[in-house]
Design a binder for this molecule. Structure first.
Ligand code: GRG
Length: 329
């Protein structure tokens, strides 16, 4: 399976991403060296940089070439990483990006403060370098992330919610920032309104594919591939699309009785739920739903000028689904 590096064969995108890395560390620098260490912790731990890459790729469709798409990439990654700091506190997670999470390495208080610091820096970067519309969009997206996360919390361990509610959660917590990443990159390169709208529509759908694929990976991949034990979502009471479909299907009674048992769930309960989900074909059906989103994405991108950037957009969508297939082999 190809990696992002060989998929996105536009040298300027990678050169700009190197600049994004430098700017991220600058933006995460505080007067206080203790805060700097904590704020830079997850940035130094890695991550795919999917959101800045989308901003830089979207900027390939515009007319101008200056520092603004880099700053767009910095601001969306800062929002993303800030939200991961908060997410790990909420989930009491120990590991993130293959490293100790900030809350585990230090404590919840500093994880929340450093997350806030990164969010604040994202606004500062955008207000300094980008348009007022971009600052507004980032703030609105930040609000959508919080709404998505809050919806998700209310559905924890809920055996009776529907796939439509799950899709509403992932739209808020994932698709919104993926869409904003592409939109800010396009705006920052002075792309036309038609191009900005097409890239936004494409990225929204790809954001949905991204999360559906990620959730499927949690049910099919081993710990080495996803950096955490399979079935983590079930353990946290997050019932994603394949589990919801299994609950509504012929084996629903069995899955319900397993998930109704007291939690934390023992490993054998989690493993049996995973087994029923897999054997019932629910991974495949959720990937079919992802493929429908991908088709809408491709339709949206069809108005973009033909050329290498557009071909890369189309390949990126398939790449997200191939990650799941590769993990199953
Ligand atoms: C205060 C903005 C703010 C948020 C608080 C915690 C929260 C509300 C929202 C969390 C939203 C969240 C964690 C969504 C999950 C997003 C997601 C798909 C994370 C994994 O992204 P990857 O795979 O990770 O791109 P890397 O590490 O590669 O960047």
């Amino acid at each position: 399976m190809e990696d992002l590096q060989s998929l996105i064969r536009i040298p300027i995108v990678w050169d700009s991403l190197a600049r994004v890395e430098e700017r991220l560390l600058e933006a995460a620098t505080a007067d206080d060296s203790y805060l700097t260490k904590i704020a830079q912790h997850l940035l130094l731990a890695g991550g795919k940089r999917f959101r800045p890459l989308l901003a830089l790729l979207a900027a390939e469709f515009g007319d101008s070439r200056d520092h603004r798409p880099i700053e767009a990439g910095v601001s969306v990654e800062l929002i993303h990483v800030g939200s991961l700091y908060h997410d790990d506190v909420i989930d009491e997670a120990d590991v993130r990006r293959g490293a100790a999470s900030v809350n585990a390495n230090w404590n919840n208080t500093v994880a929340i403060l450093a997350g806030d610091f990164l969010m604040a820096r994202a606004s500062e970067v955008a207000a300094t370098h980008l348009s007022q519309e971009s600052v507004r969009l980032l703030a609105a997206t930040y609000a959508e992330l919080v709404e998505g996360q809050t919806r998700e919390l209310q559905l924890d361990f809920n055996l009776d919610h529907r796939v439509a509610e799950y899709e509403q959660v992932i739209a808020g917590k994932t698709a919104s920032l993926i869409r904003t990443s592409a939109r800010l990159g396009a705006i920052a390169s002075d792309a036309s309104d038609t191009v900005v709208e097409a890239l936004s529509a494409w990225a929204w759908e790809v954001g949905m594919v991204f999360q559906i694929a990620d959730d499927a990976l949690d049910l099919v991949a081993d710990e080495e591939t996803i950096g955490k034990p399979a079935g983590s979502d079930i353990r946290e009471g997050k019932f994603t699309m394949p589990v919801l479909e299994a609950l509504a299907g012929p084996d629903g009674g069995r899955v319900r009785s397993l998930l109704e048992s007291s939690h934390p769930y023992p490993d054998d309960v989690v493993n049996e739920v995973i087994e029923v989900v897999r054997s019932g074909g629910h991974i495949e059906s959720s990937l079919e739903e992802a493929t429908r989103h991908l088709q809408v994405a491709t339709d949206a991108s069809s108005v973009l000028p033909d050329g290498e950037p557009r071909q890369i957009l189309e390949a990126l969508g398939s790449y997200l689904l191939e990650r799941v297939d590769a993990a199953r082999e």
